[in-house]
Design a protein around this ligand. Structure first.
Ligand SMILES: [Zn+2]
Length: 131
């Protein structure tokens, strides 16, 4: 069983958006800055008017790595972790496990779409190759 994130008012939308199949990213309502990880104050303009919005759930691999060590009991290895530039959220990169592809096949520039792993009250974003 993998450790679960602690749900807070600012991060609950991100960790539970998968219930509706939506990748939720925090945005500042005043300056439109995309904020990740989610915070209650915009780091750009200090506004507290932060809201979560659904983005398309697609993106492009910025970087990746292959993990050969299980960091929690029962995890299958090897697996790939990808850092993905999220479409519609400039500057936001979401790091997540890659599923639906061989760990060694992930490449920089590859297009990905989000999927979710549901455990208890958390929906972990995961990336899978688009199309
Ligand atoms: Zn702002």
């Amino acid at each position: 069983m993998r450790p679960l994130p602690e749900l807070t008012p600012e991060n609950t939308a991100f960790w539970t958006g998968g219930a509706d199949g939506r990748l939720m990213i925090a945005f500042c309502r005043d300056c439109d800055h995309a904020i990740h990880p989610p915070q209650i104050v915009c780091p750009k303009c200090w506004s507290e008017r932060v809201e979560s919005r659904a983005v398309a759930g697609t993106g492009t691999v910025y970087s990746h790595t292959v993990n050969h060590q299980p960091w929690a009991p029962g995890m299958a290895v090897p697996f790939a972790l990808a850092v993905v530039d999220v479409d519609g959220a400039p500057g936001v990169r979401v790091t997540a496990e890659v599923v639906g592809a061989d760990a060694d096949s992930v490449a920089i520039g590859q297009r990905m779409k989000v999927t979710f792993l549901h455990i208890d009250d958390v929906w972990f974003p995961q990336w899978e190759p688009a199309q």
